[in-house]
Ligand binder design. Structure first.
Ligand SMILES: Cc1cc2nc3c(=O)[nH]c(=O)nc-3n(C[C@H](O)[C@H](O)[C@H](O)COP(=O)(O)O)c2cc1C
Ligand code: SF4
Length: 709
């Protein structure tokens, strides 16, 4: 087979040694390798009431929405990757607390737990089941088979779901206590290694513990002792049903992040003292927040949070002494986890999203391959947002999540028919396609037009607080380099060049370009904005690359309500610009609000303080010499904004698919992925990059079916 000529060196040919990209990579690698934190504290075993946990890295609870078979495959992948302990996602113990996923109250759930336990045990991992009742954190009446109102400590609606619950009666409390115990007994019979009573995050038990959520005056409300009573009763009942020699933990929010009215560290400390004095629980899992403060729980990348709850687990440790304490929240690296354990701030560290992004995190860290760990970027798109949109959890950077069963172990298995693959475009889709093809043993060459890799992600990574996108590009580049892929920067791919290279398959990942005429299919304005030629119009990419080109008074036009426009406003105001933010949405950044990507609270307040003028549900009607007319979408109101130096159009994008179409016409084997196929998000780009390895079907090519897609 004719192979691509290449130098299998650290710096691929076509990439000058001192280029910005290679420098960034060198720095990232240096960060990993000079990071001399001793990881040994993580590799110690830990006993929790007779259950031996192999190491100190856990996958804490995460509800995924997967069906049992897929969920077992997902758990198995994390156990195989080396996590010492895995806690299942929330398992509803009673129909009134149903989150529409696993139903631990159903007798046949025992069988399901057997399946889940087997998936973890085959890799010598340990699996605890999380006992959960959602309380007020659910939309009432959406489930056809769940009648009646939601129940909580008091009749206070969730800030997210807004459905009013009813105050649980003492009889209902007794019923819930029994339900927790029944579910725990089922988990034990199903072979789970322990259980965790979920009393955090604003759910039913948390609503009793929180002074803000519990307004009762009976034996379950008032002082800390009475507020903790239901958790004590649940603990006792679970212990009675599971016996003395079975690990039982409790999960607590140590700070509700709502000030003195809610759970604060002193309040949580007092609660823990009460629980600890009972001697029921074998470990404490420390988390934080309720649904009033979700952004401090599932932190987004611009939060800058890193292991911020370890100070709380340290407080818990001071209460419980030798009893194991687990902490979870924004621990992004094994080095940080090791520091927490070494400092005795916790005994076990939960790394949830980090192990969605890379299930082999522990195995890689243990074998000295820390630098190859795929980083979680913290954009919350593939995990949290997908879940809350009613989908199943996946991961932006790791599309294998949720597809473990479907793809199976041989998805990236070496091919018996290595081929020459040309990837055009070094953005996330192209780099992922190169990585997956090379992993399967194909001979891969990447051509990138620009002098840096990453495509639009490179610019997204330059928005304030969004630097972790660059870490993803660095990771993908590191992987393709390791796999011997040749990357040529500054190279325009043409039909002639492709003919000359003559690959077996060409993968076109040439991305999309921002529209500059103001047309909008979404708004039904296909003719664009009248008079735009009077204005200095920039695309978001141009504005990010050179904010000076925007002048001082900028009008930012947002169509979709994504983070892109918000982040751009942040960049420009920090640069000293005054920004008028015109959005067609009902609220700026509408896609980042609520239970979506959870970054809105980290960005929007800064823009308000910076004096950004927001004009919602509006569009530019026309541009005139010296002024811009902004009109309401819904009535005839309009206003004229004068002296605008530039207009940045954060609107639609159009696929760069000309080369794909031309190659297809020539009858070449070609496939089109990512934004070049249709402008979407990085999630789709990476997924299609991963999938493209599968479409290299030798039979298709040999049968002369030249266009693969
Ligand atoms: C999609 C999703 C579902 C989650 N489900 C649960 C759950 O069922 N129970 C729970 O205690 N925490 C749940 N969590 C919270 C995680 O356990 C963890 O606290 C959070 O992701 C922050 O930790 P990390 O930064 O290590 O990801 C969930 C998180 C995500 C992203
Ligand atoms: S989807 Fe994003 S935030 Fe969630 S685990 Fe994956 S990389 Fe991290």
């Amino acid at each position: 087979m004719k192979r691509h000529s290449r130098a299998l060196t650290q710096v691929p040919s076509g990439m000058p040694a001192g280029s910005p990209h290679t420098e960034a990579i060198t720095q990232t690698m240096a960060h990993h390798t000079t990071n001399n934190i001793d990881l040994q504290p993580l590799w110690q075993q830990l006993e929790i009431n007779g259950c031996t946990i192999a190491n100190r890295v856990a996958v804490s609870a995460i509800a995924t929405g997967h069906d049992p078979q897929q969920y077992a495959a997902y758990l198995g992948a994390r156990a195989r990757g080396g996590a010492g302990l895995i806690v299942t996602g929330a398992q509803s113990v009673h129909p009134s607390g149903d989150i529409g996923w696993f139903r631990a109250w159903e007798p046949d759930s025992e069988e399901t737990y057997r399946l889940l336990a087997a998936a973890v045990h085959q890799h010598d991992g340990k699996l605890f089941g999380q006992l959960h009742h959602c309380g007020a954190q659910q939309t009432g009446s959406v489930k056809l088979d769940t009648a009646g109102a939601l129940i909580a400590a008091s009749a206070l609606a969730s800030p997210v779901f807004t459905t009013a619950p009813t105050e649980a009666t003492v009889q209902e409390i007794g019923e819930m206590v029994e339900a927790f115990a029944d579910a725990a007994a089922r988990m034990r019979r199903g072979g789970l290694d322990g259980v965790e009573v979920h009393a955090a995050h604003g759910y039913l038990l948390h609503s009793f513990l929180s002074p803000m959520a519990n307004r009762r005056n009976d034996e379950y409300g008032g002082d800390p002792l009475r507020r903790a009573r239901i958790v004590v009763e649940v603990g006792r009942a679970v212990r009675a049903r599971c016996g003395d020699h079975y690990p039982i933990g409790v999960k607590l929010s140590f700070d509700e992040f709502v000030g003195d009215q809610g759970i604060t560290v002193p309040v949580a400390t007092e609660t823990l003292e009460i629980l600890h004095a009972e001697g029921i629980f074998d470990y404490v899992s420390v988390s934080g927040t309720s649904y009033h403060s979700l952004h401090e729980w599932i932190t987004s990348m611009e939060s800058g949070r890193s292991g911020h709850l370890a100070v709380h687990s340290a407080a818990a440790k001071r209460v419980v002494g030798d009893l194991p304490v687990m902490v979870t929240g924004a621990v992004h690296s094994v080095a940080e986890a090791a520091r927490i354990v070494a400092a005795s701030e916790a005994d076990v560290v939960g790394m949830v999203r980090a192990q969605l992004a890379d299930p082999d995190l522990v195995r890689k860290a243990r074998s000295g391959q820390q630098a190859t760990i795929r980083p979680c970027v913290g954009a919350n798109q593939g995990c949290w947002r997908r879940y809350f949109r009613g989908g199943q959890v996946s991961c932006t950077v790791n599309p294998e999540v949720g597809r473990e069963k479907m793809w199976g172990d041989d998805y990236f298995a070496p091919t018996s028919n290595p081929m020459r693959v040309l990837v055009i475009g070094g953005g996330p889709a192209g780099l992922k396609a190169a990585e997956s093809s090379a992993r399967r043993g194909h001979d891969v060459l990447v051509l990138e037009l620009h002098d840096q890799l990453g495509g639009q992600l490179h610019f997204a990574g330059r928005l304030p607080g969004r630097e972790r996108w660059q870490r993803l590009i660095d990771h993908l580049y590191g992987e393709v380099t390791r796999l011997g892929v040749e990357v040529r920067l500054g190279t325009r791919a043409t039909e002639e060049l492709v003919e000359q290279i003559d690959p077996d398959l060409t993968v076109v990942a040439t991305g999309a370009s921002w529209d500059t005429d103001g047309s909008s299919a979404m708004l039904g304005r296909l003719d664009g904005i009248t008079g735009l030629n009077y204005a200095n119009v920039l695309t978001p990419i141009e504005a990010i690359a050179n904010p000076d080109a925007c002048g001082t008074k900028v009008m930012l036009v947002d169509e979709h309500g994504t983070h892109a426009a918000l982040g751009l406003a942040q960049l420009l105001t920090r640069h000293g610009c005054s920004v008028t933010f015109v959005t067609a949405q009902h609220h700026p950044g509408s896609q980042t609000l609520g239970v979506s990507t959870l970054n809105h609270p980290w960005v929007y307040p800064e823009l308000v303080k910076a004096g950004v003028e927001f004009i919602s549900e509006s569009v530019i009607d026309r541009v005139m010499p010296g002024s811009v007319v902004v009109g309401s979408l819904y009535d005839a109101r309009s206003r004229e904004v004068e002296d605008v130096d530039s207009i940045v159009l954060c609107m639609g994008r159009t696929s760069n698919a000309d080369l794909y179409r031309a190659l297809r016409q020539r009858g070449r084997a070609v496939e089109c992925i990512g934004d070049a196929l249709a402008p979407r998000e990085v999630d789709e780009a990476i997924l299609e990059g991963a999938q493209s390895a599968r479409s290299l079907r030798a039979e298709d090519l040999s049968r002369g079916r030249r266009a693969v897609r």
